[in-house]
Design a protein. Structure first.
Length: 288
């Protein structure tokens, strides 16, 4: 007999008073790269659980991290009704990890998209500052089908080693948001930032955007941590404490209705070594 918890069941689908339009559900999810050495937790054993989690929770927009091309191809085949944008971080094509953005084509249309690198030369592949690896940010301009309102989503994965790189990456993303977006358009930033609340990168980002957990109308649902110690992250209860390093940030025009971190597991194992972050948002009226 297996144990299956759907943590999202605690998040109501009803809308708070004063919200008229159907909210969009946004997810940030580091699905863990396909590592053959992961044993029982290798990708082929958990990929169906990752896809089922996305489908069951009815995510409309998903910023994923650590996605290799083989994983992307599988997800593209098994997430019916979703399209995606993104490139591999190593060569800007198919090599290296992607930070793709999936979106439900019945809810939103893509108007434009692209990728930039977290480095002093963001328009070409490369490694920035003291980072151990090349890092990227994928973006997409979406139009909500029901209202015609536009939304710009950015998805990233900060370096796990370089402290300077994380600080500078936050600045690059904010600069690119200014460059790529029209004034007043609502913005969402999803990702694995490899940094905790109160650190310099977090403070840089929240100087412009809001931590969706803090802006949520409803109290946060689920655990506070999104990542547990290496080696114990897949197994329920085996992690030696946890850290909150995965976030969803939003701009002013977005009303955050709910915020949750989902501790879904099966047979004692999570689908990934990170827990997904989920928010329900409504796009507000343009400022006069």
């Amino acid at each position: 007999m297996f144990l299956l918890l759907f943590a999202i069941s605690g998040i109501s689908n009803s809308q708070p008073d004063g919200v008229e339009n159907d909210p969009l559900r946004v997810m940030s999810y580091n699905i863990r790269y396909h590592n053959p050495d992961d044993g029982i937790n290798r990708w082929t054993n958990r990929r169906n659980r990752v896809a089922n989690l996305v489908r069951f929770n009815r995510a409309d927009i998903i910023g994923m991290q650590e996605v290799l091309h083989s994983q992307l191809k599988w997800l593209d085949q098994h997430l019916e009704g979703y399209a995606w944008v993104g490139v591999g971080r190593t060569d800007g094509k198919m090599k290296g990890e992607y930070s793709p953005i999936f979106y439900d084509t019945s809810r939103v249309d893509s108007l434009d998209s692209g990728t930039f690198w977290l480095s002093p030369q963001p328009d070409e592949p490369g490694v920035g500052w003291d980072a151990a690896l090349p890092r990227i940010c994928t973006w997409i301009l979406l139009q909500e089908r029901s209202s015609g309102r536009e939304l710009m989503v950015f998805n990233t994965h900060f370096d796990h080693i370089g402290e300077i790189a994380r600080d500078e990456s936050a600045k690059v993303i904010l600069d690119k948001m200014d460059e790529l977006s029209d004034a007043g358009i609502p913005l969402v930033l999803t990702g694995d930032f490899n940094t905790e609340p109160g650190t310099e990168p977090y403070e840089i980002i929240t100087g412009t955007l809001h931590d969706a957990m803090k802006k949520s109308r409803s109290p946060h649902y689920g655990p506070m941590a999104t990542f547990f110690d290496e080696g114990g992250g897949f197994s329920v209860g085996s992690g030696k404490g946890g850290r909150r390093i995965d976030y969803i940030f939003v701009s002013d025009r977005l009303d955050v209705l709910r915020h949750g971190i989902l501790s879904t597991f099966r047979d004692g194992y999570f689908p990934s070594d990170h827990l997904p972050v989920v928010v329900d948002i409504a796009i507000g009226d343009p400022e006069e």
